[in-house]
Design a protein around this ligand. Structure first.
Ligand code: NDP
Length: 479
């Protein structure tokens, strides 16, 4: 049964959302030359702020500022001095953690308990971790030479965290940055710009330009960008790879996924249920490494399904700022449309749909936690990234069948294995073509651990020592 909890809303008073925002170029906020757009709260559809849309001239100005800061200041600064700025930023992220978490939940729709306990602490941890590397690059194994100006484009599912994954290693290695946050979630990146000012980061080392896809395209295609780092959809990742092909830009792409979460019959079932729920309903399923394909051994299928539905019935869907909320709002009307469309396709293809009974708010964008059974490998809901709180369940009989089905995907970002046997974990993990394999857990992130994909999930690694490779050159080619 679900206990009735009184609402426990986190106060919004700590955040100061301005009516409008400019672009952060060369250490200050400036008006853009282009148009502007609105960012809204996906939970209420309330307009939060008007944000500048950077055009070609703005992108040029940001890259120019980054180039100047790179040649005159940042690339010349000893690593131990750069580290001080990164530590300072990390500490400010911690100090202003509540503010960042509330702002992230308002702009993105994710539950406050996730932004507070996952996004913000791990973002700070990334800056702490890469601060530690800044004066030890000679031990990285990837050289010590920075690349120059990094053009970075990030998605809306973990706005601050993806910013940290991109900016922290770039700065630690001596590069400067122009970053474009996603159109629907620009506010924490703009608050991060204020944090750069507060940390006295030299002007131009970090530039934040807001805008839509065309701003992102202008940035990554710019001839004076040395390094492109992108996280987002496979379709846009492919477009970027095509656009920069033939140039000498270094590129890392972190793209989509359709991870298998494999539950063997000897798994600790209660823990596995928590892992399945965390795997697909964490962050509304807006997670590239979400465990969106559940593979259950046939002889425990009924038990797993029954317990899973019981657990899903206790998930609280609603106000992202309520500390009891487990599942928040879908990030945009567009994304809700995609989730609905693929769910309808799932039914039309013959799968059975079950959604947790819950009251959804009347305003905003919402989708109940949903599970599809009777799914075959050919179904679109088993192949395509839904990027929402929708789980597809398939079964298997033998470990070999589980591996075969898990690898039957164009993606290869992550996977999960649930079993009592250590030897089986090692064997299966070895056979899975996925960048990250979790054993008896799911969706765990740590700055010391590399993350990235195979096949259509992209190339390059972020996090850990491996994450330095993307921002260093073994050949001293800096401009
Ligand atoms: P996109 O890949 O379009 O967005 C990611 C970022 O790239 C955004 O900042 C976006 O700007 C920008 N962008 C868009 N087009 C270009 C371009 N041609 N060149 C450079 N940058 C560009 O994802 P969507 O938001 O459209 O989501 C679509 C689907 O992608 C989702 O349904 C989901 O399946 C998947 N997705 C996967 C993610 C992952 O981490 N694996 C993350 C996000 C989405 P803007 O915000 O203005 O569009």
């Amino acid at each position: 049964m679900t206990f009735e909890y009184a609402p426990a809303p986190e106060s919004r008073a700590i955040v100061d959302i301005k009516p409008s925002y400019g672009l952060f170029i060369n250490g200050e906020f400036v008006d853009g030359h282009g148009k502007s757009f609105k960012t809204i709260s996906p939970a209420t559809e309330e307009v939060l702020a008007e944000v500048a849309e950077a055009d070609q001239a703005d992108v040029d100005a940001a890259i120019k500022a980054a180039r100047r800061a790179y040649t005159r200041v940042w690339s010349r600064m000893p690593g131990r001095e750069r580290a001080k700025y990164l530590y300072r930023i990390a500490r400010i992220l911690q100090e202003r953690g509540r503010e960042l978490a509330v702002l992230e939940s308002i702009d993105n729709g994710k539950p406050i308990k996730e932004s507070r306990d996952v996004d913000v602490p791990i973002a700070a941890a990334h800056f702490f971790y890469y601060a530690g590397w800044a004066d030890k690059l000679e031990y990285s194994g990837y050289g010590t030479q920075s690349l120059g100006v990094a053009g970075q484009v990030i998605p809306w599912n973990f706005p601050l965290l993806m910013l940290a994954w991109k900016i922290a290693p770039a700065l630690a290695c001596g590069n400067t940055v122009v970053l474009k946050p996603a159109e629907t979630t620009p506010l924490t990146a703009l608050l991060f710009a204020e944090i750069c000012q507060q940390a006295d980061l030299p002007p131009g080392v970090v530039n934040i330009i807001t805008g839509a896809g065309s701003t992102g395209a202008t940035l990554v295609e710019h001839p004076d960008v040395d390094k492109v780092a992108f996280t987002g959809s496979t379709a846009v990742g492919k477009a970027i790879a095509r656009a920069v092909a033939g140039s000498d830009k270094k590129v890392t792409l972190e793209l989509g996924g359709k991870a298998a979460n494999i539950v063997f019959d000897d798994a600790p079932i209660d823990q596995a249920i928590e892992g399945i729920v965390n795997g697909i309903f964490f962050n509304q399923g807006h997670v590239c490494c979400a465990g969106s394909r559940l593979l259950v051994q046939e002889n425990v299928y009924d038990e797993v399904l029954e317990r899973l539905k019981r657990r899903m019935s206790t998930l609280r869907v609603g106000d992202p700022l309520d500390k009891n909320t487990d599942v928040g709002a879908i990030n945009s009307a567009e994304q809700l449309g995609r989730i609905r469309e693929l769910s309808e396709v799932g039914e039309a293809e013959g799968s059975e749909r079950w959604s947790a009974p819950c009251d959804l708010p009347s305003n905003g964008f919402w989708f109940p936690p949903t599970v599809f059974t009777g799914v075959s490998q050919a179904h679109r809901i088993a192949r395509e990234e839904i990027f929402g709180p929708v789980l597809s369940v398939l079964t298997f009989r033998t470990p070999a069948e589980a591996i075969e089905k898990a690898n039957n995907t164009p993606y290869g970002l992550s996977a999960g294995v649930w079993t009592d046997k250590g030897s089986r974990i090692l064997k299966v993990a070895n056979a899975l073509r996925a960048g990250v394999v979790w054993a008896n857990t799911f969706n765990k992130f740590d700055p010391t651990s590399p993350f990235g994909g195979y096949k259509e999930s992209g190339y390059g690694r972020e996090g850990g020592r491996h994450g330095l490779e993307a921002y260093l050159s073994p050949h001293g080619t800096a401009k």
